[in-house]
Design a protein. Structure first.
Ligand code: NDP
Ligand code: 8X3
Length: 254
């Protein structure tokens, strides 16, 4: 259901699953939402389930497809262009292999999605934010963008790139009154490991076994906290770990 009056608008990439989906649910009472992902059916389901709380627009695109990203975002009409909050969440790991054994398609997928896709979306949304002299970008980084771990190589590289991009954005957008925040989760039990291990359920479950990991809602709460901070405050970089996780590699499974 489309209501006439829009609230502040938040755009979430990767809203069909995990952290993005939980964030959409968390923000629905206060924001009008633009929900993005590749799986249109999932977007429709989520949009329907939130329609009693807010106005939702869905945009179906693969963030790797530069032309489609630009077309879909340029196609936003009227007030929908005035995105106040951009949550760059779409991303995944593909594979976990030694560097000399890595699959080049997995590497392309991670760099094209986690780095280039984030850039395509951001550049387009920033055209209006800069014009409006306001906005807030939240990039979902990772503990993997702070510490490299064995076989993490290219996924870590993609998240280290996000870390550099967040810092670069913060510097370049400083004069334009735009906040840039980065949130770096540790282990969160989502569909992430199923994607990384190509639907191998056993391997995927083992990642979270005996860890009591974070869940998507934990990160959605932190995103809400970051975007709810007073106008004069920017939470620039925040790492969120499960209690059982001390670092990328030190995890208490007792
Ligand atoms: P999920 O696999 O549950 O969700 C990933 C989301 O990204 C989906 O909505 C998916 O939508 C979207 N996505 C993936 N590829 C593309 C693409 N090419 N174009 C558009 N959308 C895409 O994982 P999480 O919720 O865990 O991951 C969200 C973010 O959090 C990622 O950036 C991830 O790197 C990061 N992260 C995750 C951690 C974890 O342990 N789970 C820890 C640290 C960071 P669709 O398939 O419909 O396109
Ligand atoms: C996801 C967390 O440690 O599996 O970014 O890379 S990790």
């Amino acid at each position: 259901m489309e209501k006439n009056k829009l609230k502040q608008i938040a755009l979430i990439t990767g809203a069909t699953s995990g952290i993005g989906e939980a964030t959409a649910k968390r923000l629905a009472n206060r924001f009008s939402l633009i929900l993005c992902g590749r799986r249109e059916e999932k977007l429709f389901e989520l949009s329907n389930s939130l329609s009693n709380l807010t106005t939702v627009k869905t945009l179906t695109f693969d963030v790797r497809n530069k032309d489609d990203v630009i077309d879909k975002l340029k196609g936003l009409e009227g007030e929908w262009k005035n995105i106040a909050i951009l949550i760059n969440n779409a991303g995944n790991a593909h594979g976990l292999d030694f560097i000399h054994e890595g699959d080049i398609e997995d590497w392309d997928m991670m760099i094209d999605t986690n780095v280039k896709g984030l850039l395509y979306v951001s550049r387009e949304v920033l055209q209006t934010m800069v014009k409006n002299n306001s906005g807030h970008i939240i990039n979902i980084g990772s503990i993997a963008g702070k510490e490299v771990y064995p076989k993490g190589n290219i996924y870590c590289a993609s998240k280290f790139a996000v870390d550099a991009i967040s810092q670069g954005m913060r510097i370049d957008l400083n004069k334009h009154n735009i906040k840039v925040s980065q949130i770096n989760p540790g282990l969160v039990e989502t569909n992430f490991s199923m994607v990384r291990f190509k639907d191998d359920e056993e391997r995927s479950k083992a990642v979270y076994k005996d860890v009591n990991p974070l869940v998507s809602e934990d990160i959605a709460n932190v995103i809400d906290y970051v975007i709810s901070s007073p106008e004069n405050v920017n939470i620039s970089d925040i790492t969120v770990l499960a209690k059982s996780q001390a670092s990328s590699t030190v995890i208490n499974r007792d």
